[in-house]
Design a protein around this ligand. Structure first.
Ligand SMILES: [Zn+2]
Length: 448
């Protein structure tokens, strides 16, 4: 059967990863055998259920005349036709053109009956790694799939070590080159070496971005396109000022810039902002070279940026992703990153002079603008939606009572200072006290 990979979730206690996938009969979640697959690629796979199924319990006869694949309450549901069964309970189930071989116990229905399997132990076995093919070529461009193209926890740490050595050597040369008279510095041997190191570290940063895992960060409320971005889920190093991955989320041009992995946005996406909650931890796992310089402001709790959302026909989608620490052998959920991605529909007045707030490089402004930490207000107004934390391919619009990110604490901004200590969080000087206008309403000229 052909499956398209929607999400790759790594599992700590298992060698294999878990994937969300879509097929022509529906979508589900299952363990993936072998090296992790590429996001949004299609693979030919064999389904396997790694448990004995019991007739009348985990496998039942059903009436519905159609093949189906679904995922409910951590169970995969597979519906097909009982093609054959032998005296030992070995059965073949047909789902479309595919045959699923299972082992059953108990008394089976007659051959050709429609049956439904409910199991927590589905595994996908890819036919062969090289049989993969991109389903949608529009954002693949020159990217050639290579399994080593995504960081593992080990290659990530090796990468940081190499990058850190370059940074340390650069600072050493920088201090040496200061001993020259200012007019001689440019031509000093140290300065030439520094230029080389700069090139090297730029190349390394490109490699870094290319090798980050790509995640669902939002889904467009207007055209349903998944928004896919590289996210450094290994550690906080993405916010190191010379890397500053947040820059990538600050304009849709940067997202679509001709850089590999399969990133994706849509024409409605405007900008995304990020908050990082430290969940009470001190980031003293960060390497010394990274703490040698001042880090930028980070925000502790998710908040909505008000200016795009007081225009007509705009909305935002929030999603949380885990970030790990460098002192864990494998990344596990230590910090939480909250992405808020903003969208504008075709009939919006967002791009008028009354509403649009740019930076001086014409990108949408994300700093020095009004934020509102009261997210529930924007959910109730139909302006803020969220991805299902258990199934990021599902956009949820209501009810406001099930919104999972109300009142995340602490709020405010903070800085990472020497030895990974925290300065903050500090309360915002000013937050939005006004209402959240409904989707078809706008509040022009309320923000300077
Ligand atoms: Zn869209």
């Amino acid at each position: 059967m052909e499956v398209k990979i929607l999400n790759v979730i790594s599992e700590r206690d298992s060698k294999n990863c878990i994937v969300d996938f879509a097929t022509q009969f529906g979508s589900g979640r299952a363990e993936w055998f072998g090296s992790p697959p590429h996001l949004l690629y299609s693979y030919g796979v064999e389904f396997s259920i790694e448990e004995e199924l019991v007739w009348g319990d985990s496998i039942i006869q059903v009436e519905k005349e159609q093949y189906a694949i679904d995922y409910q309450d951590e169970f995969i549901i597979l519906r097909g036709r009982l093609e054959s069964i032998d005296a030992d309970g070995n059965a073949d189930i047909r789902i479309g053109h595919s045959i699923l071989m299972i082992v059953t116990v108990g008394s089976p229905p007659a051959q050709d009956a429609l049956v439904q399997i409910r199991s927590k132990k589905p595994v996908l076995y890819p036919h062969d790694e090289y049989g993969l093919m991109p389903l949608d070529s529009s954002y693949q461009q020159s990217w050639t799939p290579q399994l080593e193209s995504v960081f593992s926890s080990t290659t990530y740490k090796e990468f940081l070590e190499r990058y850190g050595r370059i940074r340390l050597e650069y600072s050493r040369l920088y201090n040496l080159h200061l001993q020259y008279e200012p007019q001689e510095r440019r031509d000093s041997p140290e300065s030439k070496q520094m230029d080389l190191l700069k090139d090297q570290s730029n190349q390394m940063l490109q490699e870094y971005i290319r090798r980050l895992p790509v995640h669902f960060v939002a889904q467009c409320p207007y055209c349903n396109s998944p928004i896919l971005q590289p996210v450094d889920s290994f550690s906080l190093i993405g916010f190191y000022p010379l890397i500053n991955i947040s820059d990538f989320y600050h304009s849709s041009e940067a997202w679509t810039a001709n850089l590999p992995p399969p990133r994706q946005c849509c024409r409605h996406a405007i900008v995304a902002t990020l908050s990082v909650n430290l969940n009470g931890l001190i980031p003293d796992d960060l390497p010394t070279w990274a703490l040698n310089r001042k880090w930028g402001k980070l925000h502790s709790a998710p908040r909505v940026m008000v200016w795009p959302l007081i225009a007509r026909q705009t909305s935002a989608v929030i999603h949380a992703l885990p970030i790990g620490r460098l002192d864990d052998p494998e990344p596990i959920h230590r910090y939480t990153a909250y992405f808020v991605t903003y969208f504008a529909n075709g009939t919006t007045n967002l791009y008028t002079e009354d509403m649009w707030v740019p930076t001086d490089v014409e990108r949408p402004a994300t700093e020095g603008v009004l934020y509102d930490p009261d997210l529930a207000k924007w959910v109730r107004a139909g302006r803020l939606f969220w991805l299902d934390p258990n199934d990021p391919t599902r956009l949820i619009r209501d009810p406001a009572e099930s919104f999972p990110y109300t009142n995340i604490q602490p709020q405010g901004w903070y800085e990472i200072v020497e030895k990974g200590q925290i300065n903050g969080p500090h309360a915002y000087y000013k937050t939005w006290q006004g209402d959240a206008p409904l989707h078809d309403e706008s509040l022009p000229q309320t923000i300077e």
